[in-house]
Design a binder for this molecule. Structure first.
Ligand SMILES: Nc1ncnc2c1ncn2[C@@H]1O[C@H](COP(=O)(O)OP(=O)(O)O)[C@@H](O)[C@H]1O
Ligand SMILES: [Mg+2]
Length: 285
């Protein structure tokens, strides 16, 4: 029976891209199981190419896994569920030829929301992300941080219980992402939404998450889960605390070996470091 407190259950999911046996076949995700509680913010962190986006897309019904299943509210999913799950991607997810308001509107049109309610919801979600004055601007007239706020507003307007976010602040400078992280933590405290958040930032993962799932190198699977146990909304005081530093270090320790494995699969370190490793540094800088 489904636990009423569980939002998403990933049950023995694994995935390969391309036909098995073909030289284009990529094993992207090893068997992975995970349960996400309602109202929880869970981050996925791991080396580049380890299967984080693949898992997120499978959780959102955008990719059908080679094996295993995902259950949302106890029901096995077999495609996108626009009434239950909204997405926020890294960048370029807004139509440049449409205003922010029109960009927000289009998601709700797909959901079948009435026109008057769409306008009401759009204004509410723009207010929630502090973009009320930019409803009629085009994405190109906004900063990168504001565009990501707009993408978040679009997801909020859909009023889904679950939001999946794939490195939503990944293209932004560190200061902007810190502020957006604080805002997201405040929002989470207010709305009780379930959020799965892919990031490559250790600090962002600790700051935002209730739990952080650490991936192994490709083909990835969840190697370890750490609990943050800190109430939302989180503030600057948490960032400067000993607890934050300890958790960030723990995460770094867990990730370090996996990242090293990924890199050494891509290029070989010189065994006798006669040149102090400079040849590799030069090749990859
Ligand atoms: N559509 C696709 N077709 C073929 N291979 C893919 C596709 N998407 C991802 N992959 C491969 O699957 C692996 C995992 O990718 P991805 O989930 O995007 O990693 P991450 O998000 O952790 O960086 C990578 O090796 C990538 O090249
Ligand atoms: Mg990715």
């Amino acid at each position: 029976m489904n636990d009423i407190k569980t939002a998403i259950e990933v049950c023995g999911v694994h995935h390969g891209f391309g036909a098995k046996g073909s030289n284009l076949h990529v094993k992207a995700l090893l068997e992975t199981s995970l349960s996400v509680a309602k109202g929880e913010l869970l981050s996925l962190i791991g080396p580049s190419g380890c299967g984080k986006s693949t898992l997120l897309n499978i959780m959102g019904g955008l990719v059908s896994p080679t094996g295993g299943e995902v259950r949302v509210d106890g029901k096995t999913i077999n495609g996108p569920m626009p009434q239950s799950i909204a997405f926020v991607f890294q960048e370029n997810a807004l139509f440049p030829w449409s205003t922010i308001l029109e960009n927000i509107d289009v998601g709700m049109i797909f959901q079948g929301v009435s026109k008057s309610e769409r306008l009401e919801r759009a204004h509410q979600s723009l207010k929630a992300v502090g973009l009320t004055d930019f409803a009629n601007h085009y994405p190109g007239q906004l900063s990168g941080g504001m565009r990501q706020r707009a993408a978040l507003a679009r997801a909020l307007s859909l009023e889904t219980d679950i939001i999946l976010m794939d490195e939503p602040f990944g293209a932004l400078d560190e200061q902007t992402r810190m502020i957006l992280g604080e805002d997201l933590s405040i929002l989470l405290a207010r709305t009780g939404k379930t959020i799965i958040f892919v990031t490559h930032s250790l600090g962002e993962a600790v700051f935002l998450s209730d739990r952080v799932a650490v991936f192994s190198a490709r083909p990835g699977t969840i190697k370890h889960v750490i609990e943050v146990q800190e109430p939302h909304p989180r503030t600057q005081a948490f960032v400067t605390s000993d607890k934050f530093a300890r958790l960030r270090n723990e995460l770094y320790g867990l990730l370090h070996d996996e990242i090293r494995k990924t890199l050494s699969a891509d290029f070989r370190l010189p065994s006798a470091a006669a040149d102090g490793g400079r040849a590799n540094v030069a090749a990859h800088s």
